[in-house]
Design a protein around this ligand. Structure first.
Ligand SMILES: [Zn+2]
Ligand SMILES: [Zn+2]
Length: 131
């Protein structure tokens, strides 16, 4: 199942449950991954439903009720490292996998094979490298 299909299913679940906030992404990392994925060329090619866009909006609205409005800036200023070459980077300069917590630097991310939608596939876990 592609990353896009998984996201669409999650949004459909939320919709089916009468848009119950329980089904939204309550973890900032989940939201960041979805948001980054939606801005990839692969996602554009695969197509993003209006429902998934609503889901993203509802998720950020909910997160903003629980976190300060500048949480995204704080998140980007955090430091992480590349799982492949071990170099340290700010989060804003790293790409992340949509499924696991692994992050990669700009030169390592291009070494991954392509998913059918053209994004880089994280081999083994089925996620896509985004951001
Ligand atoms: Zn690297
Ligand atoms: Zn992964």
């Amino acid at each position: 199942m592609s990353v896009g299909t998984r996201y669409e299913e999650r949004a459909a679940e939320w919709d089916k449950a009468g848009r119950d906030p329980f089904f939204l992404f309550g973890d900032p990392y989940e939201y960041v991954r979805l948001n980054l994925w939606m801005s990839t060329e692969g996602a554009q090619r695969e197509g993003i439903s209006p429902l998934l866009k609503d889901f993203r909006q509802a998720s950020i609205d909910r997160l903003l009720t629980r976190y300060a409005a500048d949480w995204m800036d704080d998140f980007c200023m955090q430091r992480g490292f590349c799982y492949r070459c071990d170099q340290r980077y700010k989060y804003e300069n790293l790409s992340l996998c949509t499924r696991c917590d692994k992050t990669y630097c700009p030169s390592c991310r291009w070494r991954f094979e392509k998913a059918p939608n053209g994004n880089q596939l994280h081999d083994g876990c089925g996620g896509e490298i985004v951001g």
